[in-house]
Design a protein around this ligand. Structure first.
Ligand code: UTP
Length: 293
């Protein structure tokens, strides 16, 4: 099993301004927890032991969130607030955290390149810190992707999800090739945020990847693309041009991807997760909605 993961959280989150002016988008709450806590809990459930966060300016709250807060623990214990203490259970996760800074926000590809010294020659998972997979972040996609990576001897495995055609211009889109024995399929091409008429399919890259070390020289060769950023998809394309095999694996039925990167999908995720915690709110929200229309 692959036990190393890289979690990029250095992006500026401009699409969520002003909410993200002085706080990371990865720390925005989705119901009770910040987005990135779901991501880390998912990785732990999938056998990850070491996580490297690629952080940036204004992101120290992420480091604090995963640290032990002895003082808060003591205050809660002394106040007999056992229920609240249980909410901090995640602090006991048996994972090691590492942090490095992407000094200039030159894109997701550049963020991944910052992990080279950490992962060296070992395969690793990349899990975007602004996307939750599955309700309550419960998903085994990363474990299945690791199995595909090992059994099919590919250079990269990408999680994909079908999206409506008018959403393709928000995501990286893959062109599906031959099926593989493991249930995954080969990817023949991929393109970042295409117009619907140019999209090779409606299969969107869904925020989880597994890479071998050959991604690093490809990233070093990648010229700045859309928006002057080093795009991870462009580097994966270089791997394809080198004749290497890239596999795609579809998210399962209960593994919807929740993208917290824009307000519309963030609000949708918040409401869905909040209703899981407080189902009785559904009626009130519906009544409010009816009253306003
Ligand atoms: P996005 O592509 O959504 O970019 O990042 P962004 O800069 O965060 O957001 P906008 O477009 O300005 O609204 C996807 C993931 O990659 C990380 C982000 O933190 C997010 O988890 N990322 C992005 C980096 O770590 N570094 C970058 O330079 C860009």
């Amino acid at each position: 099993m692959i036990s190393l993961a890289v979690v990029p959280v250095a992006g500026l989150g401009t699409r969520l301004l002003p909410a993200t002016k002085s706080q990371p988008k990865e720390m925005l709450p989705v119901a009770k927890k910040p987005v990135v806590q779901y991501v880390i809990e998912e990785l732990e459930a999938n056998g990850v032991k070491q996580v490297l966060f690629i952080t940036g300016r204004n992101k120290t709250s992420i480091e604090n969130h995963f640290d032990f807060d002895h003082e808060l623990m003591r205050t809660l214990r002394e106040g007999g607030k056992e229920e609240l203490l249980a909410e901090l259970e995640y602090e006991r996760m048996r994972m090691q955290f590492f942090f490095t800074r992407q000094r200039r926000q030159k894109g997701l590809g550049d963020a991944v390149l910052c992990a080279q010294y950490f992962t060296q020659d070992a395969p690793f998972i990349v899990a975007l810190g602004d996307s939750i997979i599955g309700l309550r972040g419960e998903s085994r996609i990363v474990e299945r992707m690791s199995e595909v990576f090992e059994s099919e001897r590919v250079s990269c495995v990408i999680a994909v999800e079908e999206v409506p055609l008018d959403y393709v211009s928000s995501y990286g889109i893959v062109k599906r090739g031959a099926g593989l024995l493991s249930g995954a399929f080969l990817i023949d091409d991929l393109v970042e945020k295409p117009a619907p008429e140019q999209a090779p399919s409606n299969l969107a890259i869904a925020a989880r990847y597994v890479f071998g070390p050959e991604i690093y020289p490809a990233l070093e060769q990648t010229a700045p693309g859309k928006g002057g950023e080093i795009q991870l998809t462009d580097a994966i394309r270089i791997l394809l041009e080198q004749g290497r095999k890239i596999a795609g694996l579809c998210l399962g039925e209960n593994e919807k991807r929740y993208d917290i990167g824009n307000f519309e999908t963030y609000f949708e995720a918040f409401i869905e997760f909040a209703l899981l915690e407080y189902p009785h709110l559904a009626r009130r929200i519906r009544a409010l909605n009816n009253a306003n229309h």
